[in-house]
Design a protein around this ligand. Structure first.
Ligand SMILES: Cc1cc2nc3c(=O)[nH]c(=O)nc-3n(C[C@H](O)[C@H](O)[C@H](O)COP(=O)(O)OP(=O)(O)OC[C@H]3O[C@@H](n4cnc5c(N)ncnc54)[C@H](O)[C@@H]3O)c2cc1C
Length: 501
């Protein structure tokens, strides 16, 4: 089946899945008042694949069927493939201003990365390697959408899974049957869960479980409508209000869920790793599967920074703040964020490496540094938007206020700015408010801090795993020369050829 349309995507979501929101089971996520609008936003991404001008740039011929399939599924063999894939990422990310953090291309790319790392799965069993490749191809040909959960659910955050007071809370293996592996317990989090076709449960890329029992070591996939698997949504930030009132939440509420498994049977052909802690821990450390995912989200980060720059520029211009050097400097910080993210992406592609199987991987070391960048900077970008918008972000009447003839003239007159009349200023400032002040905006800050993993551990890992030998040797060389004469040392630069994070 070629790349899907939005209507085909939406039809796939009506499958009896068990999604709970605010104490009620959701009958149909595509029509639910607080979930349905995002389902249709995601459907719009699939429709772009059929756009006459854009479609050919978002797809490539399937290696098995020849049909056009999504470019995020490609197994890159060259830099040119990476560039094509990045252009596809950018087109999808621009569609939502980067607000859909878990657009389907993220997991498509990681799944392709797992298939490219089949040799790693084969270390556990030849069957695992065959299954992951078969699953990837099956998934690609159907153009499916996955949610994922890499993080285990640990009530006590300093204890491992096995050391929890109730060690059956984190997802674990309960037993085996002829049909498959039986699992119970909880996983955290599954963003996009209500809008996915498949749930991918993989080991955390960075959380070691040393000393844990192997029953927590797992990698598998199940369809969303699997009996015994339920998704508990957090409160929705799409309140069902007019799009003019909540311009972002009404479109991009991708939803975060806790996933609970009650003796779920995972068919054997969908079990990719099992019961081997060491192998699970190494999956995203010793392969490049996750690196391909970082390539995707760095492009999303870039698009998001551009979107913030657009909003902040318009707000500043509307109230005359672009004339003031202090605000110009803050806007310059956002410009630098955009350009830094663009530079990470382009540099990682320019210094791409070839993996052992001959696939082309954006430079892992550059990706790892880029991965940490927006995590630290995003709160500052939002702070800048708050400072520029200031109390104007609260002078934001609703669509109902503006529709009321008793108020309309007042809004038009008294809410005007230096360059915009009242209605237009309010429309712009409600967008800025949804980005910088609303529940949706607060979730974006939390998301950007954590979605790529615990930022503190990631930074520490940069130091621990980075090849610093050349840098250290140069300093030692200087120290060793008692006369202090400057002389260049040999092998004088730190590696950039894919040092692990
Ligand atoms: C909005 C949102 C959406 C998400 N979506 C997904 C998803 O779709 N799929 C998925 O798999 N995951 C998802 N995640 C989870 C994300 O991967 C995790 O939040 C991330 O891995 C960090 O783990 P944690 O939240 O358990 O934080 P923790 O690991 O508990 O860290 C919390 C804080 O404690 C600090 N800390 C931790 N350990 C120590 C220590 N030993 N010493 C000192 N400080 C320490 C950390 O540095 C950090 O600042 C999402 C998270 C958010 C917030």
């Amino acid at each position: 089946m070629p790349a899907r349309s939005g209507a085909e995507f939406l039809a796939g979501l009506r499958d009896g899945r068990e999604v709970w929101l605010d104490g009620e089971r959701v009958a149909d996520v595509t029509t639910h008042p607080l979930l349905g609008r995002c389902a249709h936003t995601v459907a719009g991404l699939y429709d772009l694949q059929h756009d006459a001008a854009l479609g050919p740039k978002l797809t490539y011929p399937s290696p098995t069927s020849g049909d056009p399939v999504g470019l995020s599924f490609i197994e890159p063999r060259s830099r040119d493939d990476l560039v094509r894939r990045r252009e596809m990422f950018k087109a999808w990310a621009d569609y939502s201003g980067g607000m859909l953090g878990r657009s389907p291309d993220y997991m498509n790319t990681i799944l392709a990365g797992c298939a490219m790392a089949a040799a790693y799965f084969a270390r556990g069993s030849a069957a695992y390697a065959e299954r992951i490749v078969a699953y990837y191809e099956w998934f690609r040909e159907r153009d499916l959408c996955a949610t994922h959960t890499f993080g285990t659910f640990r009530p006590n955050r300093v204890r491992s899974e096995a050391q929890q007071e109730d060690p059956t809370v984190p997802l674990h293996i309960v037993g085996e049957s002829a049909e498959g592996l039986v699992v119970s317990g909880a996983r955290n989090m599954a963003t996009l869960g209500p809008f996915a076709d498949e749930m991918l449960v993989f080991p955390a890329p960075m959380k070691l479980q040393a000393g844990d029992a192997d029953r927590y070591a797992l990698a598998f996939a199940v369809p969303m409508a699997t009996p015994g698997m339920r998704l508990l949504c957090r409160e929705s930030f799409d309140l069902g209000r007019p799009t003019a009132d909540h311009p972002l939440a009404s479109r991009y509420e991708e939803m975060d869920c806790v996933v609970i498994f009650h003796e779920v049977v995972v068919p054997w052909e969908r079990v990719f790793l099992k019961g081997d802690t060491e192998l699970c821990n190494g999956l995203f450390r010793q392969t490049h599967a996750f690196d391909h995912g970082i390539h995707q989200f760095l492009v999303k980060d870039w698009a998001k920074a551009e979107f913030i720059l657009g909003v902040a520029s318009l707000v500043a211009e509307a109230i005359g703040r672009t004339e003031v050097p202090t605000y110009q400097q803050m806007l310059g910080e956002i410009v630098d964020a955009v350009e830094t993210l663009r530079a990470y992406v382009l540099a990682a592609e320019a210094e791409a490496i070839q993996d052992a199987a001959g696939y082309c991987v954006p430079n892992p070391s550059i990706l790892s540094t880029g991965r940490n960048y927006l995590r630290r900077l995003y709160p500052r970008l939002i702070e800048i938007l708050q400072i520029i918008g200031s109390s104007g972000l609260m002078a934001t009447p609703t669509a109902a206020d503006m529709a009321n003839p008793a108020l309309a003239a007042d809004v038009e007159k008294y809410y005007q700015s230096a360059t915009l009349m009242g209605r237009d200023r309010v429309r712009l400032f409600r967008l800025a408010w949804d980005l910088a002040c609303s529940s949706f905006g607060g979730r974006e800050v939390l998301y950007e801090r954590f979605f790529a993993g615990d930022p503190a551990t990631l930074l520490a890992n940069r130091f621990l795993t980075y090849d610093r030998r050349a840098a250290v040797a140069r300093v030692q060389d200087l120290l060793a020369r008692s006369d202090g004469t400057a002389r260049p040392s040999v092998g004088a630069h730190a590696t950039t050829d894919g040092a692990r994070r």
